[in-house]
Design a protein around this ligand. Sequence first.
Ligand SMILES: [Zn+2]
Length: 375
Amino acid sequence: MLGLPGLLGLLGPKLDDILLLFWSVNHQPKELAMKAVAISAHGGPEVLEVTELPDPVIDDNEVLIRVKACSLNHLDVWIRRGLPGLKYSTPHVLGADIAGVVAQVGRLVKNVKPDQSVVLSPGLSCMHCEYCLSGRDNLCASYDVFGTRVDGGYAEYVKSPSFNVIPKPEKLSFEEASSIPLVFLTAWHMLGERVKLKAGETLLVHAAGSGVGSAAIQIGKLLGARVFATASTAAKLDKARSLGADETINYQEDDFLDAVKRLTGKRGVDVVFEHTGEATWERSIRSLTRGGRLVTCGATSGFNGNLDIRYLFSRQISILGSYMGAKAELLEVLGFFEDGRLRPVVDRVLPLEKAAEAHSAIEDRAQFGKVVLVP
Ligand SMILES: [Zn+2]
């Protein structure tokens, strides 16, 4: 006969295993669900689904941000539609421009504290390659932007490396702060660093109503240029003038190349700020004066642009590509919001659940400035 003690003795090791398993299941870090808008397939705005996802878990050098506002960019639309070669795990959370409050900091984080109001630098990079170490982190081979390969801000929480977390300018609301990083960094890098715009030069800015266009008008004025801005409606042209545009061109009623020639006495402009691509490309180049520079950061209307090479060399034109900007440049440009020399341009604020409506607005060019989502 085995008896009870003998039986327990036989079961003992197994019972321990069972008890341990029971304990560990009940002591797993609880997977808190956060509200988010995520995509699981490419397509139209309808693929943006309101859902719940586990809260992000931070590493020792990361910060958890409670998102208070996330502004949209055309980049979000491209990623939603699908870009060749771009892979991410699904469900994927879009959103590059994030402002919020620090919810939790990793053990090694020294630069921010819980409850601090912050804005995130949208560009992620390795921070140890030759480009990163020379302050040109937007040239890093592993450069990424929130919401592109990693999850972004269309959610209640997002995690970030500590060096992307910047104190929010105090006088700005979260909605305003989230409207700054990507477009102002992009326009600052294009006009300040790439074409080195000088006081007194003439600058043509396409699509004044876009986020990057509304930033470029202001930066053009800040750097002392005479700014010509194009838009599709009289109301948008009024707003462009209120941001500082000296001359405005309604491209629906007037060919912008003819208008530029007329406004400059056939000379052409020193610099064209391009981001519309195929629809404007050839006429943008022909809008330049001899020795002029064209700088581009996008191609929302199409990817192919013709170029007569004879025109390029005989008129000594420069064509410059630009993508985002360095983290240091973001700190630089943020300084101009403290004293009001630059201002965020918020078109509308929508609840996170209306992400699809927000995408439709920027695809239809219905906005002037930035569309912001709040969770
Ligand atoms: Zn790097």
